[in-house]
Design a protein around this ligand. Structure first.
Ligand code: NAP
Length: 680
């Protein structure tokens, strides 16, 4: 065992490997290319309780003391650190059968996910420790009792159990959400590729970007860890439906309602629209997507296309086109530049795929069978090589296996459909999938299939000649978009931007008086306490402004001349402003009224402090509502209140102001939220 990689666990700040040759918990790991042993993982006597204690008592408090923005900065710094050292991970990944292109998805894809989350968090989350979810809900007649949803980090750990096929991305995409939420993680990679995860994990620890206890690693089995979890912990699992069922049935998980996020296998399908006949760009897009999905990572992608649905009159043509391209795919040692498809991750994996292929062949004879291709630079049998197999199922209505069995390798089944309804019906027979694609240039086809099938799929990907160049691919989960799917796919969700972070937070409805809610949510809300501004707030820097600080302006009377002038100056000569009779006939207006935009402009004229100062820019306004028309002769006053502050950089921050316009009778005329960037 001396020259093999000893995959270590990282337990309560200590690296622990298997230290004797007789460790019955240590499992050998073999090269996918040569079949020779390369590593071993797992050890006796890991103290899982000390891991949980360390995460809960050391990592959790340290992470929760950081704001979302501080965690985002740490995530970004860690992404940079990994990016500078990623070559080592590429080299290791060859042994798992991944070509450079395969590893790009795993390694650069994982690092890219950290960057994407870091930047989304800085833009969409506050520089605070609590997330205020949605608007205040008024729960009483006079507004003295209101409600607000807030999200706070769970007080436990995230247990992240990952599949073998993405040893880096799988870890990083889960960590991005968990760490941003302020929840430490215990990562359990699949044993077969754990040596790659461990190498990346070592870099993460060396980077020192996150506080001690933020993440720990288990090489090998998890022992009784799941029995020790509490309702404040979260399990996030990726792997087969079989393992998911086993783990989520754990009595501790069930009896304590411990959140269990599952990303499972799925029988993803791609539909070729009836318009996409041979010779159209869409036909070639379908062939490209199928070849890419079947061969990237040798088809070991949870999102890969397993079923290809084509109009019945085009089946033979489609088979011929796919068959022609598949035959040209170069299979071989993944470290060779000419290799397009490497081996499966292990011989065990090959055995499983061969067995499933045999089942599929009972319903769908293989058009292109495994074993027909040559392997460059490696021994096809010693390594876990397998050729792509395209099955043809002529009777998909009566077939069962093709809709239910996942061959986690380069296998896919082509089948005919009669019309769009039939296509949707077949698509949905997967029982819930991660992604379905529709390859069409006809928006009507896209709409009918998407609406007919969306409830069964986590993601629907439409591609045609317009999006071809920039589309991200049927099989690529994007950090911004939901990854997961109903039923067979696990019923879970990951990624999806900030939605992913919320899986590690508890949403709580807080109810009370406006002052209480403002204090809890650390944001000013209407009817909570205000303080009159002594200096004009536009003369104060970001750090000097206080929540609830208010400016009340003088009043301004709106004249008929103002309305006329504004109408002709801007070109907005809508009848409600210029035609008394027509305006009166309108159910909303007493006669000619001022333009809403005129009111906004006059409001700015009333509250703006014109001199150069800490307000750097007006970046927009949101939540605008006009509540009452303003007639010539009415006057307006403006109240400007500091509602929320979000630090953006060391030199400036965003201030959100609640702006309320009232008429001479103190009746509300308009409200909106103004956004400005202010010097720090
Ligand atoms: P798997 O055999 O189900 O294993 C998944 C993970 O669960 C591994 O880390 C495995 O560890 C662990 N595990 C197995 N038994 C366990 C137990 N009793 N207690 C705790 N952990 C346990 O799946 P896989 O072979 O690694 O991955 C392939 C499958 O994953 C395919 O079916 C694929 O479709 C699916 N997948 C889904 C997604 C998605 O996002 N939906 C992504 C990738 C893959 P060991 O390796 O140590 O057994």
């Amino acid at each position: 065992m001396d020259n093999l990689i000893n995959v270590h666990s990282y337990v309560a700040g200590e690296w622990l490997g298997s230290d004797n040759n007789n460790d019955f918990m240590a499992r050998p790991i073999f090269s996918a290319v040569t079949g020779q042993p390369i590593a071993f993982a797992g050890r006796e006597g890991t103290d899982f309780q000390s891991m949980l204690d360390h995460g809960r008592q050391v990592g959790g408090p340290a992470l929760r003391a950081m704001t979302f923005h501080e965690r985002a900065k740490a995530l970004k710094a860690m992404a940079h650190y990994l990016g500078e050292r990623k070559e080592e991970l590429y080299t290791l990944s060859f042994m798992a059968g991944s070509t450079k292109a395969d590893s790009w998805i795993d390694i650069d894809g994982g690092i890219g996910t950290l960057f994407a989350y870091a930047s989304k968090a800085r833009r969409e989350l506050p520089d605070a420790t609590t997330f205020v979810d949605g608007d205040v809900e008024v729960l009483s007649r006079t507004g003295s009792f209101v409600g607000q949803h807030i999200c706070t980090p769970k007080l436990g750990v995230g247990v992240h159990i990952n599949a073998f096929n993405f040893p880096v991305w799988g870890m990083l995409e889960k960590l991005a959400s968990s760490l941003l939420a302020g929840v430490p993680a215990i990562v359990k990679p699949a044993t077969d590729t754990s040596y790659i995860t461990e190498a990346c994990f070592r870099m993460m620890i060396e980077s020192g970007c996150f506080p001690t206890g933020s993440f720990q690693l288990i090489a090998g089995a998890v022992g009784d860890l799941l029995h020790r979890l509490t309702p404040q912990d979260v399990v996030s699992f990726t792997g087969s439906a079989h393992t998911a069922l086993n783990l989520r049935s754990n009595t501790n998980i069930l009896s304590n309602s411990i959140p269990f996020i599952a990303e499972q296998d799925s029988l993803n399908a791609s539909i070729l629209g009836p318009d996409a006949v041979l010779g159209t760009p869409e036909f070639s897009i379908m062939v490209e997507e199928v070849i890419r999905e079947m061969t990237t990572k040798a088809g070991q992608k949870c999102t890969a296309i397993r079923r290809i649905l084509v109009p019945e009159n085009i089946v033979e043509t489609a088979i011929e086109a796919i068959h022609g391209k598949l035959q040209k795919v170069r299979i071989g040692d993944p470290s060779l530049e000419t290799t397009q498809m490497g081996p499966l991750a292990s011989r065990k994996q090959r055995e499983t795929v061969v067995a499933v292929n045999e089942q599929l062949a009972l319903e769908a004879p293989a058009v292109l069978a495994a074993g027909q291709m040559e392997v460059d630079g490696a021994d096809a049998i010693a390594g876990s090589f397998i050729a792509p197999t395209l099955f043809h199922c002529a009777e998909p209505d009566s077939a069962k296996h093709v809709h239910e069995l996942e061959a986690f390798g380069p296998s896919a089944t082509i089948m005919p459909y009669r019309d769009l309804e039939h296509a949707s019906d077949l698509l949905n027979r997967g029982g819930g999938s991660l992604v379905a694609s529709i390859i069409t240039h006809d928006p009507d086809v896209a709409r009918k299939i998407a609406i007919g099938s969306a409830a069964w799929h986590g993601r629907i990907y439409v591609n045609d000649r317009t999006s071809r160049k920039e589309s991200t691919g049927h099989g690529s989960p994007m950090p911004q978009m939901v990854h997961g799917g109903p039923g067979r796919a696990g019923g879970g969700e990951e990624l999806g931007g900030i939605r992913g972070v919320m899986h590690y937070m508890q949403r709580t409805a807080i109810q009370g008086s406006p002052d209480m809610i403002a204090a809890v949510a650390d944001t000013w809300i209407p009817d909570s306490k205000t303080s009159e501004s002594e200096a004009h707030p536009f003369t104060q820097k970001f750090g000097e402004l206080k929540l609830g600080q208010t400016l009340k302006t003088d009043s301004r009377t709106i004249t008929m001349e103002d309305i006329e002038h504004f109408a002709h100056f801007t070109g907005d000569t809508f009848y409600a402003h210029l035609d008394e009779e027509a305006a009166k006939a309108n159910p909303f207006f007493p006669g000619r009224v001022a333009h809403g935009y005129l009111l906004l402009s006059f409001a700015a004229g009333l509250f703006v402090q014109p001199d150069p100062g800490p307000v750097l820019a007006n970046t927009g306004l949101t939540d605008l509502a006009f509540q009452k028309p303003v007639s010539p002769g009415d006057s307006i006053t403006v109240t400007l209140t500091v509602k929320r502050k979000t630090k953006r950089t060391d030199t400036y921050g965003e201030v959100r102001w609640y702006v309320a316009l009232h008429n001479q009778n103190q009746e509300p005329v308009a409200t909106y939220t103004l956004h400005t960037m202010n010097e720090y």
